[in-house]
Write a protein that binds this ligand. Structure first.
Ligand code: S3P
Length: 181
C-alpha cells in the first residue's frame, strides 16, 4: 500500500448512488489516508439510523444534525477524506463551509445508474420513485456544480476507475501528497 497524506479535507459530494462511500473507502485503502462516511458517523453519534431520524425529526431535524457533523469533521486537525450525504449541498451554509475548508469533488451520476448501484433504497428516505429522484437530482445539480472544485462523470465507470480519477486530480492539485519513505 502507498502512504499518502491529505493537506486539506476533501469532500466527495453527489447524488445518492454516485459511489461516494465506495470511492472514499477505496482511496483510504490504496493511499493509506483516513476517510469517514458522514452518514455512518452521524448514525453512530446520534445513536439512530438516518431512516429513524427522518421519521422522528423530519428532514429539517436531519439537516441540523448533518450540519453539526460536517462542521466537526471539516475542522479536524488531521484532514479527512469525507464522503458526504447526497443532500449536503441543500444548505448554503454547508456549501460555504466545504468550499472554505477544503477541496470539493462532485461525482456526477444519472438516476438510472444510481438506482442500479443502490442496494438498499429502504435506507434512503428521499430516493422515492424514479421520477421523484430525477426531479431532486435536477434541482440539486446546480448546487453540486456550484460547490465543486472538480466534477467527475461516473457513467459506465467502475469504483476503482473513479477512485483513480479522484486520486490523480488530488495529486495534481497538491492536496494528496506522498509521505517520505
Ligand atoms: C440524502 C442522502 C443520503 C442520506 C439521507 C439524505 C439526500 O446519503 O444522507 O438519506 O438528501 O440525498 P447518500 O447520498 O450517501 O445515500
Amino acid at each position: 500500500m502507498d502512504r499518502y497524506e491529505l493537506k486539506r479535507p476533501v469532500f466527495l459530494i453527489g447524488f445518492m448512488g454516485a459511489g461516494k462511500t465506495s470511492v472514499a473507502r477505496r482511496l483510504a485503502r490504496t493511499c493509506g489516508i483516513a476517510s469517514v462516511d458522514m452518514d455512518t458517523y452521524l448514525e453512530r453519534s446520534a445513536g439512530r439510523s438516518v431512516k429513524e431520524i427522518f421519521a422522528e425529526d423530519g428532514e429539517a431535524g436531519f439537516r441540523d444534525i448533518e450540519t453539526g457533523v460536517l462542521r466537526e469533521l471539516a475542522g479536524k486537525d488531521d484532514p479527512l477524506l469525507i464522503s458526504c450525504g447526497g443532500g449536503i449541498v441543500e444548505r448554503p451554509e454547508n456549501r460555504e463551509l466545504m468550499v472554505e475548508a477544503g477541496v470539493v469533488v462532485h461525482l456526477r451520476v444519472t438516476v438510472d445508474e444510481a438506482e442500479s448501484r443502490i442496494s438498499n433504497k429502504e435506507s434512503r428516505p428521499l430516493f422515492g420513485d424514479l421520477e421523484a429522484a430525477e426531479a431532486l437530482r435536477e434541482r440539486r445539480m446546480p448546487l453540486y456544480e456550484q460547490a465543486a472544485d472538480h466534477s467527475i462523470d461516473t457513467a459506465g465507470r467502475s469504483i476503482p476507475q473513479i477512485a483513480h480519477d479522484v486520486r490523480r486530480l488530488l495529486e495534481e492539485g497538491g492536496v494528496l501528497c506522498p509521505l517520505p519513505a
